[in-house]
Design a protein. Structure first.
Length: 318
């Protein structure tokens, strides 16, 4: 069994125990255990607060010592990936060691099987390449540590063991993992660099979309840093460093400041000036400590040729 031990951070004080554990196990990528499964862990006695059995609705006061014992039968049930078939799809593997791998995911590939996408996903491909990841993380995760949207390309991590996944998730929860994205946006930002702090939650009118909204309406803390790399006539190439990992965070934040990502059919203008067949968002690099030997590692994924071709067609601003 693995264990997670922590004392609540300031932002967690007043929050329910089951929510805090879910967030910590999920991390910025939004993966890990569902809240229902976390509640199961608590109810079955695998969570202690100051040495006593916890309760899902307990609200943290600050200073408590929380210990979560991650019972394997709950976190990775035997049939977690029983309905997902391995598929020998091509994978661009940019890193591979005994406990972790990294893939350069192409745009257009869905990460997890879902309604409308039962096959051809990254999970299908990973199960064929590394069958041992079938039980890592449970819930059809296949060891995938964080998330990339279907039309976002770039670096994505895979843990091959549960111990490695927990070490990686702990880094995400502590915000010591640095992710760098490249994004081409509509228009030119007023400042060369900036920080966007705007809570993000599920859009109440369009449930498949996210939106900036206040915390009292379900918005959760979301922070993104950006810097302008190159200015073009009517466009700007940014590097973006998300400090949190809300769903669609970079896309929502850049649209919020008036500079949506080029090609974004959801958060961009109804009549885009440029049609790409995908949005111009690429996870260029990720920096972390390796679970195997705790060494600093930075992984890079080169800009896809179709995105580089877009930049080559643009006119740099004088």
């Amino acid at each position: 069994m693995e264990r997670l031990e922590f004392s609540p951070a300031d932002v967690e004080i007043g929050e329910r125990l089951d929510k805090v554990i879910t967030d910590r196990l999920a991390g910025p990528g939004g993966l890990g255990l569902s809240r229902v499964r976390v509640q199961q862990l608590i109810k079955e006695g695998f969570v202690a607060v100051n040495g006593r059995a916890g309760k899902p609705a307990y609200r943290l006061e600050g200073g408590e010592q929380v210990v979560v014992t991650l019972e394997s039968s709950i976190i990775a049930p035997p049939d977690a990936n029983a309905n997902v078939q391995p598929e020998a799809l091509p994978l661009d593997v940019i890193y591979d060691d005994p406990v972790m791998a990294a893939i350069n995911k192409p745009a257009g590939m869905v990460v997890h099987p879902a309604v409308g996408h039962p096959s051809g996903t990254l999970v299908n491909a990973i199960l064929a390449r590394w069958p041992q990841v079938a039980q890592v993380g449970g819930d059809e995760r296949a060891g995938i540590v964080h998330r990339l949207d279907k039309d976002t390309s770039g670096v994505i991590l895979i843990a091959k063991t549960e111990a490695a996944r927990l070490k990686l998730m702990a880094q995400f929860a502590a915000r010591t993992v640095q992710k760098r994205y490249l994004a081409l946006v509509e228009g030119v930002p007023e400042t060369q660099s900036g920080q966007i702090e705007a809570p993000i939650g599920r859009d109440p009118d369009r449930r498949k979309q996210m939106a900036v909204m206040p915390s009292n309406r379900g918005g959760r803390e979301a922070v993104s840093l950006y810097r302008v790399l190159t200015l073009y006539e009517g466009f700007a190439l940014l590097e973006v460093f998300p400090k949190t990992g809300r769903t669609h965070q970079i896309r929502v934040h850049l649209a919020f400041i008036g500079h949506p990502i080029v090609g974004d059919s959801v958060y961009g203008p109804r009549k885009p000036r440029m049609k790409l067949g995908r949005h111009f968002l690429h996870a260029e690099s990720i920096s972390l400590r390796t679970p195997l030997d705790d060494q600093h590692l930075t992984l890079h994924a080169p800009l896809p040729v179709e995105l580089q071709a877009v930049l080559d067609r643009l006119t740099p601003q004088a």
